[in-house]
Design a protein around this ligand. Structure first.
Ligand code: ATP
Ligand code: MG
Length: 294
Protein backbone atom coordinates (compact mmCIF):
# COMPACT_ATOMS: atom_id res chain seq x y z
CA UNK A 1 0.00 0.00 0.00
CA UNK A 2 1.24 3.50 -0.84
CA UNK A 3 1.83 6.44 1.44
CA UNK A 4 -0.70 9.18 2.10
CA UNK A 5 1.09 12.42 3.02
CA UNK A 6 -0.55 15.67 4.11
CA UNK A 7 1.22 19.01 3.71
CA UNK A 8 0.07 21.36 6.46
CA UNK A 9 0.87 24.40 8.58
CA UNK A 10 -1.62 26.66 10.39
CA UNK A 11 0.18 29.65 8.87
CA UNK A 12 -0.67 30.73 5.34
CA UNK A 13 1.79 31.42 2.53
CA UNK A 14 4.63 29.27 3.87
CA UNK A 15 5.06 27.17 0.73
CA UNK A 16 2.73 24.20 1.41
CA UNK A 17 1.30 24.08 -2.10
CA UNK A 18 4.60 24.74 -3.86
CA UNK A 19 6.15 21.89 -1.89
CA UNK A 20 3.19 19.55 -2.57
CA UNK A 21 3.27 19.96 -6.35
CA UNK A 22 7.05 19.92 -6.73
CA UNK A 23 7.42 16.90 -4.44
CA UNK A 24 4.68 15.06 -6.35
CA UNK A 25 6.35 15.89 -9.66
CA UNK A 26 9.81 14.77 -8.49
CA UNK A 27 8.36 11.48 -7.22
CA UNK A 28 6.77 10.80 -10.62
CA UNK A 29 9.56 12.17 -12.82
CA UNK A 30 12.73 11.04 -11.03
CA UNK A 31 11.52 8.01 -9.09
CA UNK A 32 8.89 6.50 -11.42
CA UNK A 33 6.21 6.65 -8.70
CA UNK A 34 2.45 6.78 -9.29
CA UNK A 35 1.35 9.97 -7.57
CA UNK A 36 -1.96 11.69 -6.93
CA UNK A 37 -2.22 15.30 -5.74
CA UNK A 38 -5.46 16.21 -3.98
CA UNK A 39 -6.20 19.93 -3.63
CA UNK A 40 -8.07 20.51 -0.34
CA UNK A 41 -7.94 24.30 -0.47
CA UNK A 42 -10.63 26.53 -2.00
CA UNK A 43 -7.83 28.83 -3.20
CA UNK A 44 -7.19 25.97 -5.72
CA UNK A 45 -3.47 26.84 -5.87
CA UNK A 46 -2.39 23.20 -6.32
CA UNK A 47 -4.92 22.74 -9.12
CA UNK A 48 -3.77 25.88 -10.92
CA UNK A 49 -0.13 24.86 -10.49
CA UNK A 50 -0.78 21.71 -12.53
CA UNK A 51 -3.58 22.73 -14.92
CA UNK A 52 -4.51 25.88 -16.85
CA UNK A 53 -7.43 28.03 -15.64
CA UNK A 54 -9.19 27.29 -18.94
CA UNK A 55 -8.94 23.52 -18.41
CA UNK A 56 -10.07 23.96 -14.80
CA UNK A 57 -13.10 26.05 -15.83
CA UNK A 58 -14.15 23.42 -18.35
CA UNK A 59 -13.86 20.60 -15.75
CA UNK A 60 -15.81 22.64 -13.22
CA UNK A 61 -18.57 23.22 -15.75
CA UNK A 62 -18.86 19.44 -16.12
CA UNK A 63 -18.85 19.25 -12.29
CA UNK A 64 -15.73 17.07 -12.37
CA UNK A 65 -13.97 18.39 -9.28
CA UNK A 66 -13.39 17.21 -5.72
CA UNK A 67 -16.52 19.07 -4.65
CA UNK A 68 -18.76 16.41 -6.17
CA UNK A 69 -17.11 13.64 -4.17
CA UNK A 70 -17.87 15.56 -0.98
CA UNK A 71 -21.41 16.24 -2.21
CA UNK A 72 -21.97 12.51 -2.70
CA UNK A 73 -21.38 12.07 1.02
CA UNK A 74 -23.08 15.20 2.32
CA UNK A 75 -26.09 15.32 0.02
CA UNK A 76 -26.43 11.82 -1.48
CA UNK A 77 -29.05 11.73 -4.23
CA UNK A 78 -28.45 15.33 -5.35
CA UNK A 79 -24.85 14.88 -6.34
CA UNK A 80 -23.52 14.15 -9.83
CA UNK A 81 -22.98 10.49 -10.49
CA UNK A 82 -19.23 10.51 -11.07
CA UNK A 83 -16.72 8.18 -9.52
CA UNK A 84 -13.37 9.38 -8.23
CA UNK A 85 -11.77 7.71 -11.28
CA UNK A 86 -13.90 9.93 -13.58
CA UNK A 87 -12.70 13.04 -11.78
CA UNK A 88 -8.98 12.36 -11.56
CA UNK A 89 -7.04 14.08 -14.34
CA UNK A 90 -4.33 11.70 -15.51
CA UNK A 91 -0.81 12.55 -16.69
CA UNK A 92 -1.05 16.22 -15.80
CA UNK A 93 1.77 18.34 -17.31
CA UNK A 94 2.06 15.39 -19.77
CA UNK A 95 4.05 13.54 -17.10
CA UNK A 96 3.29 9.81 -16.79
CA UNK A 97 2.57 8.95 -13.16
CA UNK A 98 1.48 12.47 -12.16
CA UNK A 99 -2.27 12.72 -11.47
CA UNK A 100 -4.49 15.43 -10.02
CA UNK A 101 -7.80 15.38 -8.25
CA UNK A 102 -8.79 18.99 -9.03
CA UNK A 103 -10.09 21.10 -6.17
CA UNK A 104 -12.89 23.62 -6.25
CA UNK A 105 -13.45 27.24 -5.21
CA UNK A 106 -16.50 26.02 -3.34
CA UNK A 107 -16.13 22.72 -1.47
CA UNK A 108 -18.83 22.31 1.18
CA UNK A 109 -21.28 24.24 3.31
CA UNK A 110 -20.60 23.93 7.06
CA UNK A 111 -24.28 24.44 7.82
CA UNK A 112 -25.31 21.50 5.60
CA UNK A 113 -22.68 19.30 7.26
CA UNK A 114 -23.92 20.27 10.75
CA UNK A 115 -27.52 19.58 9.76
CA UNK A 116 -26.64 16.17 8.30
CA UNK A 117 -24.69 15.15 11.40
CA UNK A 118 -27.37 16.45 13.73
CA UNK A 119 -29.92 14.31 11.89
CA UNK A 120 -27.60 11.29 12.07
CA UNK A 121 -27.18 11.82 15.82
CA UNK A 122 -30.98 11.87 16.25
CA UNK A 123 -31.42 8.76 14.09
CA UNK A 124 -28.98 6.63 16.05
CA UNK A 125 -29.91 8.12 19.43
CA UNK A 126 -26.36 9.37 20.00
CA UNK A 127 -26.47 12.09 22.63
CA UNK A 128 -22.87 13.16 22.24
CA UNK A 129 -22.77 15.22 19.05
CA UNK A 130 -18.97 15.42 19.25
CA UNK A 131 -18.69 11.65 18.79
CA UNK A 132 -20.71 11.83 15.57
CA UNK A 133 -18.72 14.83 14.34
CA UNK A 134 -15.36 13.17 15.11
CA UNK A 135 -16.40 9.98 13.34
CA UNK A 136 -17.44 11.97 10.26
CA UNK A 137 -14.11 13.81 10.12
CA UNK A 138 -12.16 10.62 10.55
CA UNK A 139 -13.82 8.76 7.71
CA UNK A 140 -14.62 11.56 5.20
CA UNK A 141 -11.42 11.64 3.14
CA UNK A 142 -10.58 8.00 3.79
CA UNK A 143 -13.94 7.01 2.30
CA UNK A 144 -13.45 9.24 -0.75
CA UNK A 145 -9.94 7.87 -1.39
CA UNK A 146 -10.72 4.21 -0.65
CA UNK A 147 -11.49 3.13 -4.25
CA UNK A 148 -8.12 4.40 -5.56
CA UNK A 149 -5.84 4.08 -2.55
CA UNK A 150 -4.07 1.03 -3.95
CA UNK A 151 -3.59 2.61 -7.39
CA UNK A 152 -0.94 5.05 -6.13
CA UNK A 153 2.45 4.91 -4.47
CA UNK A 154 1.88 8.39 -3.05
CA UNK A 155 -1.21 10.48 -2.39
CA UNK A 156 -0.28 14.06 -1.48
CA UNK A 157 -2.95 16.08 0.34
CA UNK A 158 -2.42 19.82 -0.04
CA UNK A 159 -4.17 21.37 2.99
CA UNK A 160 -5.50 24.90 3.34
CA UNK A 161 -3.93 27.14 6.00
CA UNK A 162 -5.69 27.01 9.39
CA UNK A 163 -7.37 23.93 10.73
CA UNK A 164 -10.65 23.19 8.99
CA UNK A 165 -12.71 20.04 8.61
CA UNK A 166 -10.73 18.87 5.56
CA UNK A 167 -7.35 19.43 7.24
CA UNK A 168 -8.50 17.36 10.22
CA UNK A 169 -9.79 14.67 7.90
CA UNK A 170 -6.53 14.75 5.90
CA UNK A 171 -4.49 14.31 9.08
CA UNK A 172 -6.78 11.52 10.24
CA UNK A 173 -6.41 9.58 6.99
CA UNK A 174 -2.71 10.28 6.32
CA UNK A 175 0.25 8.11 7.24
CA UNK A 176 2.55 11.13 7.49
CA UNK A 177 2.45 14.90 7.41
CA UNK A 178 5.06 17.38 6.25
CA UNK A 179 5.31 20.83 7.83
CA UNK A 180 6.71 23.50 5.51
CA UNK A 181 7.72 26.68 7.33
CA UNK A 182 9.53 29.92 6.66
CA UNK A 183 12.37 30.52 9.12
CA UNK A 184 10.37 33.29 10.80
CA UNK A 185 8.77 33.40 14.26
CA UNK A 186 5.14 33.46 13.08
CA UNK A 187 5.64 30.57 10.72
CA UNK A 188 7.26 28.61 13.55
CA UNK A 189 4.27 29.45 15.78
CA UNK A 190 2.19 27.85 12.99
CA UNK A 191 4.16 24.60 13.53
CA UNK A 192 3.57 24.71 17.29
CA UNK A 193 -0.15 25.36 16.87
CA UNK A 194 -0.55 22.52 14.40
CA UNK A 195 1.40 20.12 16.60
CA UNK A 196 -0.86 21.00 19.52
CA UNK A 197 -3.97 20.48 17.39
CA UNK A 198 -2.70 17.12 16.12
CA UNK A 199 -2.10 15.98 19.71
CA UNK A 200 -5.68 17.02 20.58
CA UNK A 201 -7.01 15.27 17.48
CA UNK A 202 -5.23 12.04 18.46
CA UNK A 203 -6.59 12.36 22.02
CA UNK A 204 -10.16 12.94 20.95
CA UNK A 205 -10.11 9.82 18.73
CA UNK A 206 -8.24 7.59 21.14
CA UNK A 207 -11.29 5.56 22.14
CA UNK A 208 -12.38 4.79 18.58
CA UNK A 209 -10.05 4.01 15.68
CA UNK A 210 -6.68 5.56 16.53
CA UNK A 211 -5.14 8.30 14.38
CA UNK A 212 -1.64 7.18 13.49
CA UNK A 213 -0.25 10.02 11.37
CA UNK A 214 3.43 10.84 12.03
CA UNK A 215 5.51 13.89 11.27
CA UNK A 216 7.76 13.10 8.30
CA UNK A 217 9.68 16.34 8.56
CA UNK A 218 9.76 20.11 8.92
CA UNK A 219 10.92 21.76 5.69
CA UNK A 220 12.26 25.30 5.72
CA UNK A 221 11.19 27.19 2.64
CA UNK A 222 11.79 30.52 0.92
CA UNK A 223 15.25 31.21 2.37
CA UNK A 224 16.90 34.28 0.87
CA UNK A 225 20.61 34.44 0.06
CA UNK A 226 21.07 37.64 2.00
CA UNK A 227 23.91 37.08 4.48
CA UNK A 228 22.35 39.19 7.23
CA UNK A 229 19.14 37.16 6.97
CA UNK A 230 21.29 34.02 6.94
CA UNK A 231 22.46 34.56 10.49
CA UNK A 232 18.90 35.23 11.69
CA UNK A 233 17.53 32.16 9.84
CA UNK A 234 20.14 29.98 11.50
CA UNK A 235 18.98 31.12 14.94
CA UNK A 236 15.33 30.34 14.15
CA UNK A 237 16.19 26.96 12.60
CA UNK A 238 18.40 26.13 15.60
CA UNK A 239 15.45 26.81 17.93
CA UNK A 240 13.26 24.44 15.91
CA UNK A 241 16.03 21.80 15.92
CA UNK A 242 16.04 22.01 19.71
CA UNK A 243 12.25 21.89 20.05
CA UNK A 244 11.52 19.01 17.66
CA UNK A 245 14.86 17.17 17.38
CA UNK A 246 17.39 17.60 14.57
CA UNK A 247 16.20 14.42 12.84
CA UNK A 248 12.76 15.97 12.28
CA UNK A 249 14.15 19.02 10.47
CA UNK A 250 15.00 18.29 6.83
CA UNK A 251 18.59 19.06 5.87
CA UNK A 252 17.54 20.27 2.42
CA UNK A 253 15.99 23.74 2.51
CA UNK A 254 14.20 25.51 -0.33
CA UNK A 255 15.71 28.86 -1.36
CA UNK A 256 13.67 31.81 -2.62
CA UNK A 257 13.82 31.52 -6.39
CA UNK A 258 11.73 33.51 -8.83
CA UNK A 259 11.65 30.46 -11.15
CA UNK A 260 9.64 28.62 -8.50
CA UNK A 261 7.03 31.38 -8.24
CA UNK A 262 6.71 32.07 -11.96
CA UNK A 263 6.34 28.39 -12.91
CA UNK A 264 2.59 28.77 -12.17
CA UNK A 265 2.37 30.93 -15.34
CA UNK A 266 3.19 27.86 -17.43
CA UNK A 267 0.79 25.61 -15.45
CA UNK A 268 3.55 23.28 -14.37
CA UNK A 269 5.80 23.04 -11.30
CA UNK A 270 9.31 24.54 -11.37
CA UNK A 271 10.96 21.10 -11.40
CA UNK A 272 9.48 20.62 -14.89
CA UNK A 273 9.51 24.21 -16.10
CA UNK A 274 13.04 25.18 -15.02
CA UNK A 275 14.72 21.98 -13.83
CA UNK A 276 18.16 23.57 -13.48
CA UNK A 277 17.10 26.44 -11.24
CA UNK A 278 18.32 26.52 -7.62
CA UNK A 279 14.76 26.05 -6.34
CA UNK A 280 14.17 22.98 -8.51
CA UNK A 281 17.47 21.39 -7.53
CA UNK A 282 16.51 21.86 -3.88
CA UNK A 283 13.16 20.12 -4.44
CA UNK A 284 14.94 17.19 -6.16
CA UNK A 285 17.34 16.81 -3.20
CA UNK A 286 14.54 17.20 -0.66
CA UNK A 287 12.50 14.47 -2.39
CA UNK A 288 15.46 12.08 -2.09
CA UNK A 289 15.83 12.97 1.58
CA UNK A 290 12.13 12.39 2.29
CA UNK A 291 12.25 9.04 0.48
CA UNK A 292 15.17 8.02 2.66
CA UNK A 293 13.25 9.05 5.79
CA UNK A 294 10.34 6.84 4.66
N1 ATP B 1 10.94 28.83 -3.08
C1 ATP B 1 10.16 29.82 -3.49
N2 ATP B 1 10.71 30.89 -4.14
C2 ATP B 1 9.93 31.92 -4.55
N3 ATP B 1 8.61 31.98 -4.37
C3 ATP B 1 8.02 30.95 -3.73
C4 ATP B 1 8.75 29.83 -3.25
N4 ATP B 1 7.88 28.97 -2.65
C5 ATP B 1 6.67 29.54 -2.76
N5 ATP B 1 6.73 30.72 -3.40
C6 ATP B 1 5.62 31.63 -3.67
O1 ATP B 1 5.10 32.08 -2.43
C7 ATP B 1 3.68 32.13 -2.45
C8 ATP B 1 3.11 31.22 -1.36
O2 ATP B 1 3.47 29.89 -1.65
P1 ATP B 1 2.42 28.71 -1.53
O3 ATP B 1 1.17 29.04 -2.24
O4 ATP B 1 3.13 27.46 -1.90
O5 ATP B 1 2.19 28.76 0.04
P2 ATP B 1 0.99 28.06 0.87
O6 ATP B 1 1.53 27.80 2.21
O7 ATP B 1 0.45 26.92 0.12
O8 ATP B 1 -0.07 29.24 0.91
P3 ATP B 1 -1.58 29.12 1.45
O9 ATP B 1 -1.47 29.06 2.94
O10 ATP B 1 -2.22 30.37 0.96
O11 ATP B 1 -2.16 27.86 0.89
C9 ATP B 1 3.27 31.72 -3.85
O12 ATP B 1 3.07 32.87 -4.62
C10 ATP B 1 4.47 30.93 -4.36
O13 ATP B 1 4.60 31.00 -5.77
MG1 MG C 1 -1.55 26.45 -0.41
Amino acid sequence: MGHVIATANMKGGVGKTTLSVNLATCLAKNHGQRVLVLDLDTQISATLSLMSPVDFASRRKKRKTFRHLIDQIITPGDAADFTIQDIIQREVCKLPGLNLLPGDIDLYDEFVVSELLHQQALNVGEKDFETIWNRFERILLGKILEPIRNDYDFIILDCAPGYNLLTRSALATSDYYILPAKPEPLSVVGIQLLERRIAQLKDSHEHEQKIETKMLGIVFTMLSNNLLNGRYYKQVIHRVDQDYGKEKVCQNQIPIDVNVAKAVDSFMPAVLNSPNSAGSRAFVALTQELLQKL
